[in-house]
Design a protein around this ligand. Structure first.
Ligand SMILES: Nc1nc2c(c(=O)[nH]1)N[C@H]1C(S)=C(S)[C@@H](COP(=O)(O)O)O[C@H]1N2
Ligand SMILES: [Mo]
Length: 196
């Protein structure tokens, strides 16, 4: 389908964005192609009473939910009506006791990439750990086996190949945030770059 035939939903597309039907692949660095999932884990660390590491097997056995959302990339594409299968943030966080000064989160991806967001945004009911997109397991390019999805912020906050969740007292810039992107990234306020 050509872009001109896409059904337009102007009210759902933030300023400066264009609707797309495709699912562009964007990231810095190399795509990890996993062979042995026995070495994969999701680490939970920083300002927690007890650090944790969730194995692939345990993570994949967690209860899942469907999430329906629109996503907005800072490079100006927006993709509406995504259906995801994933694990609610609360499913993991119900088992984690945070220290009282935990106020921010750093998401760590395979290979060292990172992105930061406030605890409140991470804990939002619309944020989740994505495993399937539109009925298919995430491809390696889109973040297999697990990516964060935070649809109310620009899509760069949705870390692909998630491997770590770190709780912090103070906000700290992740990879793109150190390279000029906005610390928060609200698409409705066009918080694209740190001078916006
Ligand atoms: N690990 C990791 N996650 C990442 C990135 C990255 O470079 N590394 N780029 C972000 C950016 S800028 C965008 S727009 C989205 C793109 O996701 P997609 O390739 O599934 O469309 O992933 C985000 N998550
Ligand atoms: Mo992006």
């Amino acid at each position: 389908m050509s872009e001109t035939n896409v059904q337009q939903h102007k009210d759902r597309v933030p300023p400066g964005q264009k609707q797309t039907e495709s699912f562009p692949v964007l990231h810095y660095g190399d795509v990890p192609y996993y062979r042995d999932m026995s070495k994969w884990d999701l680490r939970i660390f920083g300002l927690v009473e007890e650090e944790a590491a969730i194995s692939y097997k345990t993570f994949m056995a967690l209860p899942r939910k469907l999430f329906h959302n629109d996503i907005h990339c800072v490079t100006t594409w927006s993709k509406l009506d995504n259906v995801w299968e994933g694990v609610a943030v609360a499913t993991i966080m119900d088992k984690i006791k945070l220290k009282p000064d935990a106020k921010f989160v750093m998401l760590h991806a395979e290979g060292g990439w990172s992105t930061n967001l406030p605890l409140e945004d991470f804990m939002a009911e619309t944020s989740f750990f994505g495993i399937k997109h539109n009925g298919e397991l995430l491809s390696p390019e889109h973040g297999y086996p697990v990516r964060m999805v935070v649809p109310h912020l620009y899509f760069w906050k949705s870390a692909k190949w998630l491997r770590g969740i770190e709780f912090l007292a103070k906000d700290k810039p992740g990879f793109w945030e150190r390279n000029g992107y906005h610390m928060y990234g609200d698409p409705w306020k066009e918080e694209r770059y740190d001078w916006d």
